[in-house]
Design a protein around this ligand. Structure first.
Ligand code: KG4
Ligand code: ZN
Length: 339
C-alpha cells in the first residue's frame, strides 16, 4: 500500500490569497481563502497592483493557517503545488515565489499547476467516483472552454469563447445595472425575482465552430436595451434584465455542452469555475443531463470560485505523473491549457 501523500496548495492568480492541504488528491484537510473582494469592490473590479500587494501581506498567514488547521507541519508535506498561470502576473509571482522559497528551505518538491486545470480538478474533491475521461464545461471570470479531459494530465480544448468569458459578461452586465463586484453572485440573486423570458436577448452562435462561444454581442444587447430605456424615459426592471441576461448565457452554455457531449459520445459532464456556482446554470444542466442520460458533476460553490484545494488536487495528479518544477519556475500570465 502506498503511503498517504499530503500536498500543500498555493493560489494567488487573481484576488483570493489561498492555501490548502489535501490528502491523496481527494481529501481536503484545510482550505483557507483570504478574499480581497471588499477592497476591489471600491473600484468596481480587480486592481492588479493592489491585488499583488495584498497577496504579499497575507500569503504567509494563509499558509500558516492552512498547515495549522490541517494539524500538520511543513515536515509532513510531500510536495508544494502552486498556480503559475494564467492570471495577473504580479499576483501569480507572489504565490510562485513563496512556493519556491518554501520548496528550497524545506527541501520539498515543487509542482506548478495550471489554474484552469485546478478548476477542473475541483470536481474530484466531492466526487470520489469521478475519473477521466469526461467533458468539462469551464466557466470562470477569464475563461469559457469546453474541454475533453482524457486523463488527469491530458486536456483537449474543443470549444472556447471568441471574446468575453461568461463570468466577464456577468460582471460587466452587473456593473451596467448598478450591482456590485463580482457581478455573478449578484445577478444570480437578483434574477430569482425576475422573468427570464421578459426580454429576448440574443443567443449567439459562432459560424463554422459549433462548440465555440461569443458573449460580447449579448453584453452589447443588454447595454443597448438599457440605453434605449433611458432615452425613452422608461423605468428599467433590473430583475427582469438580470434574469433574461442570465437565461441567455445559460441557454448557450447548456446547449453547447450537451451538443458536445452527445457528438463526442461522452456520458459524463463536469462543470468548473466561478460561474459553475450559478444556481440557474446548475438547475439547467441538471435538467438537460437527466433528459439525455448524462451524469453531471459540479463542485460546491466554495470549490467553484478560486481556492487552493483545487490546486493541491491537480498538484497531486501532476506529482504522480512525475511533473517537478525547479527554482526557475516563472509566472506565465497567458499560460495555455494542456501544455
Ligand atoms: O473561477 P473564478 O473564481 O475566477 C477566475 O478564475 O476567473 O471566477 C470568477 C467569476 C466572476 O466573473 C464571478 O462573477 C463569477 O465567477 N461568479 C458567478 C457566480 N459566482 C461567481 N457567476 C454567476 N453566478 C454565480 N453565482
Ligand atoms: Zn479561477
Amino acid at each position: 500500500m502506498l503511503e498517504d501523500m499530503l500536498i500543500l496548495g498555493i493560489e494567488s492568480s487573481c484576488d483570493e490569497t489561498a492555501a490548502a492541504v489535501v490528502k491523496n488528491g481527494r481529501e481536503v484537510l484545510s482550505n483557507i481563502i483570504s478574499s480581497q473582494i471588499d477592497i476591489h469592490t471600491l473600484y468596481g473590479g480587480v486592481v492588479p497592483e493592489i491585488a499583488s500587494r495584498k497577496h504579499i501581506e497575507r500569503i504567509n498567514y494563509v499558509i500558516e493557517e492552512a498547515l495549522c488547521t490541517a494539524g500538520v507541519t511543513l515536515k509532513d508535506i510531500d510536495a508544494i503545488s502552486v498556480t503559475y498561470g494564467p492570471g495577473l502576473v504580479g499576483a501569480l509571482l507572489v504565490g510562485v515565489n513563496t512556493a519556491k522559497a518554501i520548496s528550497y528551505a524545506a527541501r520539498k518538491p515543487l509542482v506548478g499547476v495550471h489554474h484552469i486545470e485546478g478548476h477542473i480538478a475541483a470536481n474530484y474533491i466531492e466526487h470520489p467516483g469521478l475519473e477521466p475521461p469526461f467533458l468539462c464545461l469551464v466557466v470562470s471570470g477569464g475563461h469559457t472552454h469546453l474541454v475533453q479531459v482524457e486523463a488527469y494530465n491530458d486536456f483537449r480544448i474543443i470549444g472556447y469563447t471568441h471574446d468575453d468569458a461568461a463570468g466577464e459578461a456577468f460582471d460587466k452586465v452587473a456593473r451596467a445595472i448598478g450591482l456590485g463586484y463580482p457581478g455573478g453572485p449578484e445577478i444570480d440573486r437578483l434574477a430569482k425575482q425576475g422573468n427570464p423570458y421578459a426580454i429576448g436577448f440574443p443567443r449567439a452562435k459562432v459560424d463554422g465552430h459549433e462548440f465555440d462561444f461569443s458573449f460580447s454581442g449579448l453584453k452589447s444587447a443588454v447595454l443597448n436595451y438599457l440605453n434605449g430605456c433611458s432615452m425613452k424615459g422608461m423605468e428599467v426592471n433590473t430583475a427582469d434584465v438580470a434574469a433574461s441576461f442570465q437565461q441567455a448565457v445559460i441557454d448557450v452554455l447548456a446547449e453547447r455542452a450537451m451538443g458536445a457531449a452527445i457528438k463526442t459520445g461522452r456520458n459524463c459532464i463536469a462543470v468548473a469555475g466561478g460561474v459553475a456556482a450559478n444556481s440557474a446554470l446548475r438547475a439547467a444542466m441538471e435538467e438537460n443531463c437527466s433528459k439525455n442520460g448524462i451524469k453531471l458533476y459540479y463542485p460546491s460553490p466554495v470549490y467553484c470560485t478560486d481556492n487552493a484545494a483545487m490546486i493541491a488536487v491537480q498538484g497531486y495528479y501532476n506529482y504522480l505523473a512525475g511533473k517537478r518544477d525547479g527554482l526557475d519556475l516563472n509566472a506565465i500570465p497567458n499560460l495555455e491549457l494542456g501544455l
